[in-house]
Design a protein around this ligand. Structure first.
Ligand SMILES: [Zn+2]
Length: 201
């Protein structure tokens, strides 16, 4: 269950010295308060929505929304509302999302760097994920390595989604038939995207 909705943050309240209460006609008794709503998910503010506010008369206790205010009071309210700055924390969710994207970027860069080192120095049991054709993915496992070649066993199975490829990467799926590729060929397959992932455990 995702809990989401909107909440308001109080931005500013000022005591007006000139406004006359439309209800009891007392001058200088009116407090103008401004709020800003924000969308939240699990109470984490995601981004701010609009500002709103109300006036409150300390003398007769009447509270008025902007559409109930007298013209002079409304003008003052609009000015206070315009100048009220919302707190940055109402953008928390956007900052969080940006941070996650940056972190994911670093993680993927790291992953690419280690793949390149796996490519240069193949090790027994390295698994190369490769594309056979549209919606056809499979793996090959490094079984032997010589000075300039690797000998792989091709997985007996293929799968239609590259993200599910781990499901077919099982020891019993690799037959005892080996195919030799030069390291140069493997590198070409990697850089052309035919081999799209290298896993080492
Ligand atoms: Zn009043």
């Amino acid at each position: 269950m995702i809990i989401y909705g909107t909440r308001s943050a109080h931005l500013n309240s000022i005591q007006s010295h000139i406004a006359v209460c439309p209800n009891c006609e007392t001058k200088g008794s009116t407090l103008i308060s401004i709020y800003r709503r924000h969308a939240h998910i699990f109470w984490i503010p995601i981004f701010p929505l609009g500002k709103s506010g109300a006036s409150h008369c300390k003398h007769c206790k009447v509270s008025l929304r902007s559409n109930e205010m007298s013209e002079p009071l409304k003008r003052e309210y609009q000015k206070v509302k315009q100048e009220a700055k919302g707190p940055v924390w109402q953008f928390s969710g956007l900052f969080l999302a940006a941070a996650l994207i940056v972190m994911a970027g670093f993680a993927s860069k790291n992953n690419k760097a280690s793949e390149l080192s796996y490519l240069e120095n193949p090790t027994k049991n390295d698994v190369y994920e490769y594309k056979i054709g549209p919606k056809q993915y499979s793996t090959m496992k490094v079984m032997q390595i010589s000075k300039d070649s690797v000998f792989v066993s091709l997985n007996d199975f293929e799968i239609s989604k590259s993200t599910r490829i781990y499901k077919i990467d099982k020891p019993e799926n690799y037959p005892n038939i080996l195919y030799g590729y030069s390291k140069q060929e493997i590198s070409t397959m990697y850089h052309s995207g035919k081999i799209f992932d290298i896993n080492r455990r």
